[in-house]
Design a protein. Structure first.
Length: 154
């Protein structure tokens, strides 16, 4: 069974106090995921922004799951970004977003894309897990939480 950890590379986790807009969030995610795929950062950011224009990826509870498909992505990859200041995201519950779990996959990823979205959604329904992520002071702490939770769940 696939786990969130399986989608994350070591460098795809960030605590970023400087992000002040969706555009900046997508650019940061693009940078993180470009290092994990063969897709260029601007293409990733553009794919995420394009998907967001179709409808909000604001999951609720201060969480967004931006996702997109882009040439060169290879396999499904994820990035986790915790924001210092919540952003307005037009989330389904109206709550500003401070936790982003982004997914990028290849253009032809049909079922794989949907399975990854379902996995992330299920994982983020665990309130204790989300509270731990929100308590992380930096990227290293985020990575430690993601790694330890996934190991215990195995």
């Amino acid at each position: 069974m696939m786990k969130l950890r399986d989608l994350l590379g070591d460098g795809a986790v960030a605590f970023d106090p400087s992000i002040g807009s969706q555009k900046a969030a997508f650019e940061r995610i693009g940078d993180l995921l470009a290092a994990e795929t063969d897709a260029p950062a601007p293409a990733i950011a553009a794919a995420l922004a394009e998907r967001e224009r179709l409808g909000t990826t604001g999951f609720g509870g201060g969480i967004a799951i931006p996702h997109g498909r882009v040439a060169g992505a290879g396999e499904m990859r994820a990035a986790v970004v915790r924001l210092a200041q919540p952003l307005e995201w037009q989330a389904v519950d109206g709550v500003p977003v401070d936790l982003l779990v982004a997914l990028v996959g290849p253009e032809e990823a049909g079922a794989g894309h949907l399975k990854a979205l379902a996995l992330v959604s299920r994982t983020l329904r665990d309130r204790a897990f989300v509270a731990k992520l929100r308590g992380a002071a930096d990227a290293g702490a985020l990575w430690a939480i993601l790694s330890s939770v996934e190991k215990r769940a195995a």
